[in-house]
Each structure stands twice: as C-alpha cells, then as structure tokens.
Design a protein around this ligand. Structure first.
Ligand code: CAA
Length: 240
C-alpha cells in the first residue's frame, strides 16, 4: 500500500538503502539529511526520492519538517529513525560536547520524530516505527561510551513505546546492525577494523541492503504482531 515513510539520514549509507527498499515496496519515501548536499542531490536525482535537509536533533526543525511533509506528501505512518553519528574517544579524551552531540542526534532524534508523528499514526490506526540501534548498544564498544549509551537507550525507548503503540496498531521495533560497509565504519582505524572483522563469524562486513531488508520486513502492513522486538543483523558477531 502507498503509505508515507520518513527515513532519517536516508540519503547515504544504510539509510539510503532503506529508502530505496521502502520505495521498491511501494511506499512514498521522504529522506532526511543534515550536511552533505551533493550526496543528497545525487541520491534524489537517482531515485526520485525527496530529500529534506534539517537537523533531527533540533525539535523545532523536526516540527517544521513534519508539518511540511504532512501538508505536501501526506501523514507519515512509517518512521525509520536511522540518523546517527559517532564521536569516538576513550572516556578520558571524550568531551562533554562529544557526549551531547551523539546523545542529541542518535537518541534525541528518536524522541523528536516519534513525538511529532505518533498522534498522526494513532489517527490513522496504523504506524510502523523502526529505530536503528546497534550491536554496540547491545555489547558496548571500547571508545564509544556516548554511542553505546545512545544506542542502548534506543533499544529501551523502543520497548517502552511499543507498549504505548500496541492498541493503536502502531508497532515499534529496533534493528541492531553490526559492522556494515559504510563511511561510518570505514572511519574506524584500519588495524582496529581488521580485528573487529576477524570476530565476525560470517567473515565479512555487512552490506546496507542486509539491514534494509530487515526494515522492510518490520514495516510491512501485515507485520502487526511484531512489536517491541530487536532484530540483530550482525553476521553472528553478537548473539543477543
Ligand atoms: N580493548 C582493549 N583495549 C583496547 C581496545 C579494545 N577494544 N582498543 C584499544 N585498546 C587499547 C590500545 O591497545 C591502547 O593501549 P596501549 O596504550 O597500552 O597500547 C589504548 O587502548 C589506547 O588505544 P588507542 O591508541 O586506539 O587510543 P586512541 O585514543 O588513539 O583511539 C579509539 C581510541 C578512538 C576508541 C580508537 O581505538 C577507535 O576508533 N576504535 C574503534 C571504535 C569503534 O569500533 N567504533 C565503531 C564505529 S562504527 C559504528 O559505531 C557503527 C555501528 O553501529 C557498529
């Protein structure tokens, strides 16, 4: 069915693949991005998917964007909170700014966009929310107290909101990717990454479409009995 899907951080990396797969599943997709205009324009030209620039950490910016999308495209009933950043450092070297940026962008954005779209989903008696967590929110990761806390927070947020959404046919699930071949993972120092890949039982990094397929599965119209779950897609690196 042609429903409106919003994918944050949806023009690059895992998000771009999620946007494309949702479009292929018949959804009308709007993808958000924060900085990279060139990548967003290329993505929009290639896919025909509308790309909107705003900061998902900023509640007022989210509010304006949701109003615009609702008026111009329709009520958002599929929401994929995918936008995320890293500011990796060991705790001693991590600044308060690095903590705040990651918490606000990765976890605060989930609050912002769920808060702003939930009533619309209730009115439609249909909603599919997928929050992108991480293996590092499940297992922790050296040098990522900020990211691990935010992603772990996403997993708790998901289970709490799932309980609120259930009676309105709004499902809320998380996908927890492992290490996927994206710019974010390519930024990990090569020697560190090599050791991480050596611990992945399937012997390779994930591909963005490995994650996107999970999102399409969880957002299907008939996936109404799956809620509050976390789908780990990590090549067997962490079995949770
Ligand atoms: N366990 C134990 N000790 C470790 C360690 C680990 N995993 N990693 C590093 N150390 C040790 C080092 O051996 C070193 O010890 P010595 O000084 O005794 O040799 C000490 O910790 C300091 O390490 P670094 O020199 O690496 O410290 P640094 O300050 O230069 O860098 C870091 C630290 C930024 C965390 C760097 O190690 C790093 O980038 N690590 C990768 C973090 C990572 O995996 N991020 C994931 C990004 S992708 C993502 O997040 C997506 C997703 O959802 C999966």
């Amino acid at each position: 069915m042609n429903r409106v899907a919003l994918v944050t951080g949806g023009t690059r990396g895992i998000g771009a693949e999620i946007s494309k797969e949702l479009q292929a599943a018949g959804r009308t997709v709007v993808a958000t991005y924060a900085h990279n205009d060139d990548a967003a324009q290329a993505f929009a030209a290639e896919t025909g998917i509308k790309a909107m620039k705003f900061d998902v950490a900023d509640y007022e910016a989210c509010e304006a964007a949701v109003k615009k999308i609702t008026a111009e495209v329709g009520t958002i009933t599929i929401l994929v909170n995918n936008a995320g950043i890293t500011r990796d450092a060991t705790l001693s070297k991590m600044t308060r700014k690095m903590w705040d940026e990651v918490m606000d962008t990765n976890l605060g954005s989930c609050f912002n966009l769920c808060h702003l779209t939930f009533d619309g989903m209730k009115a439609e008696k249909f909603g599919r929310i997928v929050n992108i967590g991480s293996i590092n929110g499940q297992a922790g990761q050296y040098g990522q107290v900020n990211y691990a806390a935010a992603k772990s927070g996403i997993h708790g947020f998901t289970k709490a909101l799932a309980q609120e959404g259930a009676r309105f046919n709004i499902t809320v699930n998380a996908v927890a990717p492992g290490y996927v071949d994206t710019d974010m993972v390519r930024a990990v120092p090569p020697d560190v990454l090599q050791k991480i890949v050596a611990r992945i039982p399937v012997g390779r990094l994930g591909h963005a479409d490995d994650i996107a397929r999970g999102v399409v599965f969880l957002t299907a119209d008939h996936a109404d009995f799956i809620t509050g779950s976390t789908l780990s897609i990590n090549g067997g690196q962490h079995m949770y």
